[in-house]
Design a binder for this molecule. Sequence first.
Ligand SMILES: [Fe+2]
Ligand SMILES: [Fe+2]
Length: 353
Amino acid sequence: MTRRNDSFKGDFSEHRMTNAELINSRRVINGVDDGLMQVSPLKHPWAREIYKNMQRNNWVAEEVSFQKDKEQWEAGELNEQEKAAFMRALAFASNLDGLLVNSLSEVIKPHITSPEISLALSRQIYEETLHVDSYSVMIEAVGFEPEEVYGLYRRDKGLYYKNKRVLESMYKIAIPGFTTESVENSKLFLEACTTNYIFEGIFFYSAFLIFLNFGRHNKMPGSKEMIQFINRDEDLHVMLFVKIINTIKEEAPELWTPEVRATFRKNIMDAIEMEIDWGISCIGDGILGLTPQTIRQYLEFIGDIRLQAIGLEKAYNSSNPYLWLDELTQGNMIEVNFFEGTVREYQSGSLEW
Ligand SMILES: [Fe+2]
Ligand SMILES: [Fe+2]
């Protein structure tokens, strides 16, 4: 295996690999990588396709107006319980996007040896910074006290432990000198990819739901619009990780043992329980049509989609209790379209599909 920083060690030799040999030996992990990002021809065309769709989703936070949100917040149009739900959802979502910038660049990307996947991941990291920035634009525009949002985990035990579990699960492989060369370490890396998949495909979903539900009731419309942009980005991030996980499985089937499958299934189901607890802690006994029961049903519905997308048996058989969400997200949490080969058309700077 040639590692990125080994390519130019030693003297020139004409007996290096040909381009065709290079492409043919390309792997998601543990492949040959000369570090020069020679994307064409593609070994993993889906990664470039996702990258191109990411480009079509361009947006910046300044496109969103928070004027109405500011007026509504100041005029007390949200009651105390609604305000608390909004703040908790915002606090965790903003914490998680910040964490993703770091974990994707420090824990995941260094081990990827396919340049087209690195290309898509780099764009994903940029989009996470965009999300981090958009929360700060929103905080400034609505006039929230930044400490109230960002620092909630320092005052709130539930949020502190959620962040702690998230961080610990991701940074398990962030050990100096860690490589994916052994089968055991490759399994740990695959687990880290599944952890990231859980972050983006499960842990945002109570927050997204709460913001979109406010918007459905004409409350905090700017925030709702911003979340629609973020949700659309996250949808492609989830798709990218489904493909990364499934392609690693194809390229190295020895990693996909019954034990690994059982561990990943349990990780996803534990995450669903954790997200249900979190969602309920945000809404209390219920706000604006969201109840603890329907939050559970909804997250179980998401859980089955996530399990099945990476080839694991579904666990819940719950249906989506919030059909109105499809209208606000174009059903974009479902990767089905992608796997059927039809890619939805996105438009730059607009939420009109
Ligand atoms: Fe994000
Ligand atoms: Fe993301």
